[in-house]
Design a protein around this ligand. Structure first.
Ligand SMILES: [Zn+2]
Length: 248
């Protein structure tokens, strides 16, 4: 594995991982601040009580703030699947972007290359299933939007990081799906925690990640198709995970 250049900027904001906590989730964020420097300063400020393992600048520069075997404070309240203490079981990567609040803009190619390389390295070190490569908004749909609908999850999945729905086969599911009885159970199976989070909020988070062209629109048959396809991919990945041993 070619080591990518990583600069160290140690943050004091971390703690021990609980005994026996597996690292099996990768959470991607945007910084949502006006500059990379402002984000680095905040993530290393003891008073802020926040951090992440890595930060990736728009030019592709990568900073390591917290060692991967430590519990960084990036996820906060939320859940994915059965995991409610996401910090204990995850690696957090902050991707520099002003975010929806300060001028959300596309993620440059150099930054995407660095994020992809970094994520591939992380997946080589920890047994993180593809369905557990998630947005901060996936685990906290009621309060987070990052890294948002401009982030190229499809390209990332093509590079072997995370999941993307396969192309449709023209299957038809009839009219608009009933949100509570059809969409909600599928969102839940994929990993969204619907306790205390509205289905609409989870659906929006799903759209930001896996169906950005439909952001803000009602669920439709393509929504159901994508959900079912992602769940099928997750099930296959989980059923073969035990055979995989160490990942490349
Ligand atoms: Zn975040």
């Amino acid at each position: 594995m070619n080591p990518m250049p990583i600069h160290d900027r140690p943050s004091p904001n971390h703690g021990p991982r609980p005994d026996g906590a597996a690292v099996d989730i990768l959470v991607l964020h945007y910084t949502g601040m006006v500059s990379a420097q402002a984000a680095l300063d905040r993530l290393c400020d003891e008073a802020a009580q926040v951090s992440a393992h890595y930060l990736v600048e728009e030019d592709g520069t990568v900073w390591r703030l917290v060692a991967e075997d430590r519990r960084a404070w990036h996820a906060g309240r939320g859940a994915w699947g059965h995991v409610r203490d996401v910090n204990s079981r995850s690696i957090g990567v902050e991707i520099v972007n002003p975010g929806h609040e300060f001028g959300y803009r596309p993620f440059p190619a150099a930054q995407m290359r660095a994020v992809t390389d970094l994520c591939r390295d992380i997946l080589g070190r920890w047994p993180i299933p593809p369905g557990n490569v998630i947005a901060h908004s996936d685990m906290a749909p009621d309060r987070k939007r990052d890294p948002g609908e401009l982030f190229d999850w499809q390209a990332l999945a093509r590079a072997g990081v995370g999941l993307w729905p396969r192309t449709g086969d023209g299957a038809h599911f009839g009219g608009p799906p009933a949100v509570e009885t059809v969409v909600a159970p599928l969102l839940s199976r994929l990993g969204y925690d619907l306790d205390g989070v509205g289905v609409a909020q989870a659906l929006t988070a799903f759209q930001r990640h896996w169906h950005p062209d439909a952001l803000g629109k009602p669920a439709d048959t393509e929504t159901i198709r994508r959900l079912n396809d992602l769940i099928a991919q997750t099930d296959v990945a989980n059923s073969t995970a035990g055979l995989a041993g160490s990942r490349e």
